[in-house]
Design a protein around this ligand. Structure first.
Ligand SMILES: [Zn+2]
Length: 99
């Protein structure tokens, strides 16, 4: 099942609360090379293309971006946070990359 804009934003607020990070703004726009980006002050930009993806993948993208508020890189710590919040994140990432 795909998501609409309100669902997408709600998912962000819920995950932010769950992870314990502060998201200040959520923007949706067309992005050419990536699914999303986040700035350290909590400004999240999501690619409108996410609305065409299944929920498991949008969730992966959201969690990935929010965990960047805890860990700015993709190192060991980042991966262990990902595993804590989404145990099957690698599977989802592979699925996303295969698209
Ligand atoms: Zn990243």
């Amino acid at each position: 099942m795909n998501t609409d804009k309100a669902d997408l934003k709600n998912a962000v607020w819920q995950w932010a609360e769950h992870i314990g990070v502060k998201v200040k703004e959520i923007h949706l726009r067309q992005m050419q090379w990536k699914w999303a980006s986040i700035s350290m002050n909590g400004r999240l930009t999501l690619n409108t293309e996410l609305l065409n993806l299944p929920k498991t993948l949008t969730e992966f993208v959201i969690v990935h971006e929010l965990v960047h508020l805890l860990v700015p890189n993709h190192g060991k710590l980042f991966k262990s946070f990902m595993s804590a919040y989404l145990p099957d994140w690698e599977e989802r990432q592979n699925h996303l990359r295969s698209l």
